[in-house]
Design a protein around this ligand. Structure first.
Ligand code: MG
Length: 197
């Protein structure tokens, strides 16, 4: 049973834990696309292939989980990868740091299937939510930018053609319909033309 083709990278320095994790994940329909035993291996893997989810042990030699998380979240080379942190025992200050770095969920060893699976569900759901919100914010910014341009173009028409605000706006609307150009492009052209004068 494949679970929506979710590709997971496992990072833990203990091979037994990686084996355990892999088994639980695959039994539950997830794809384990890679295993790493330290942060350097995680970063090297992510440069080639981006997992849908990273299960990341905090305590690892060479480069630990928090260090790895910092590098992942600070570098634009890695688009936001959802991460579940794994810790050997309850370490509130480490968990706090991990949450500060954008971790959605954490689990405490020994890893139990009954804790891991809901943590995956939560993380995937929150990551989807985040990317949806980011897209909406992007659209909103675009809309605001268009409004600003149209306002500016309108002001220039009013001044140069001695038109009222609504006349100037109707002129832009009509031009947009006649030329089939989007408002943004048209407003930029109007601004450009009056600026040249
Ligand atoms: Mg460890």
């Amino acid at each position: 049973m494949k679970k929506k083709n979710i590709n997971i990278l496992i990072a833990d320095d203990e091979s037994l834990i990686r084996m355990d994790l892999k088994e639980i994940l695959e039994e539950n329909g997830y794809n384990v696309i890679g295993e790493a035993k330290n942060g350097n291996e995680v970063l090297a893997f992510c440069q080639k292939t981006l997992p849908d989810l990273l299960i990341l042990d905090i305590k690892m030699p060479e480069k630990d989980g928090l260090e790895t998380l910092k590098e992942l979240s600070m570098s634009s080379d890695y688009p936001k990868i959802p991460v579940i942190m794994v810790t050997a025992f309850s370490q509130p200050e480490l968990i706090e740091q991990a949450v500060g770095l954008g971790v959605f969920a954490y689990i405490i060893k020994p890893i139990k299937e009954s804790e891991l699976l809901p943590a995956i569900d939560i993380t995937i759901a929150r990551a989807n939510e985040m990317s949806f919100i980011q897209k909406e914010v992007g659209k909103l910014k675009e809309t605001l930018e268009i409004r600003k341009l149209v306002e500016k173009a309108k002001g220039m028409i009013m001044k140069n053609e001695s038109l009222t605000e609504s006349e100037a706006f109707r002129m832009i609307q009509k031009l947009s319909m006649d030329t089939r150009k989007p408002m943004k492009e048209l407003a930029e052209e109007i601004i450009g033309n009056y600026t040249k004068l």
